[in-house]
Design a binder for this molecule. Structure first.
Ligand code: ASP
Length: 317
């Protein structure tokens, strides 16, 4: 059995690519990297890779993480500038014995040394979004718009589970700010004996629950991916509200090593993309019920077209 699941509609083309590779017997690591690179390279997704929205100083700082569930190897980078494919750098770091997590100038030095593609990641379109936001927020800079991390879990025919993320983090974040996405256990986690999970939403809150690890732990205890996702999101949402009065956006997806998958969210509007040996690449829209249970339905053609139309519409300043 093989399969791949990812946060958001934006992963669809990447998932299609990975599904083809997995079918041909490619490894989970190579398939997930190819899938995330496809999202990073697409200029109209403003929260991942090229075209990602900048921080408050108009600099695009990127985070990425990778975990191999066979070996527990982890690699991650934080706040890296001007490299085309953060996921490939994170994956390469996972092969090192030490220094697996690098940030800022150190991460850039490493990427340069290993000849990863250098690229100016700030597009004219992202600059236009920045100018627009700056105008709107002339009183006070408040991050968190135009976020959405791509996170994926991938299972190959030999039973290897990997998990990976890539993001430009929160729009208008502080320089040097790192969210959950490159933090193992928070943004992503994989254990081939169980499965994997990944998250998107407000990194500062997702981290408080080590949510991806928690989902894998719950699956290990015998919960289905759907049960594990719902329990992890609902428990953290409740605790944050009790202790802090509010909970940020928390959305997750998971797949176990049988190719069964699940999702959960505490917001309206979460979508995910998934493909398995038995299911062609499909985008689902998630609805959270009042009792915290999450259901999902196939996105209509109309929804998919509208999604792309909005993503590619001119930026009105
Ligand atoms: N979790 C990401 C971060 O906090 C953003 C997102 O997924 O929307 O950097």
């Amino acid at each position: 059995m093989h399969g791949i699941i990812a946060t958001w509609r934006m992963a669809k083309e990447g998932i299609e690519l990975a599904e083809g590779l997995l079918k041909d017997g490619e490894t989970s690591g190579k398939a997930i990297e190819a899938a995330i690179r496809a999202v990073e390279d697409f200029p109209y997704y403003k929260s991942v890779g090229y075209g990602g929205l900048p921080n408050e100083e108009q600099v695009v700082e990127l985070d990425a993480g990778y975990m191999d569930g066979d070996t527990m190897s982890v690699g991650a980078i934080g706040a890296i500038k001007d490299f085309a494919n953060p996921i490939s750098i994170a994956k390469k770091l996972s092969e090192e014995k030490v220094n697996n997590v690098l940030v800022g100038a150190g991460a850039e030095k490493y990427a340069h040394e290993f000849k990863f593609e250098e690229k100016e990641m700030l597009t004219d379109r992202a600059k236009a979004f920045y100018r627009k936001k700056k105008k709107e927020l002339s009183q006070e800079l408040k991050p968190y718009d135009g976020h959405d991390t791509v996170g994926m879990v991938c299972l190959d025919n030999s039973g290897t589970v990997t998990a990976a993320t890539s993001t430009s983090g929160l729009f208008m974040k502080r320089s040097g700010r790192v969210g959950d996405s490159p933090i193992v256990g928070s943004g992503f986690y994989a254990d081939s004996e169980v499965g994997g999970a990944t998250a998107t939403g407000l990194g500062e809150d997702l981290m408080k629950g080590c949510i991806s690890y928690e989902i894998v732990r719950l699956m290990k205890e015998g919960l289905t991916p759907q049960e594990a996702c719902e329990k992890a999101v609902n428990d953290l949402d409740k605790k944050l509200k009790e202790k802090r009065g509010a909970a940020g956006d928390l959305s997750v997806v998971a797949m176990n090593n049988k190719g069964e998958f699940g999702c959960a969210t505490n917001i309206a509007g979460f979508s995910f993309s998934v493909a398995t040996e038995e299911l062609e690449p499909t985008v689902y829209l998630v609805t959270r019920q009042e009792d915290g249970h999450c259901t999902f339905e196939v996105a209509s053609q109309e929804w998919l077209e509208e999604y792309m139309r909005v993503r590619m519409a001119p930026v009105e300043e």
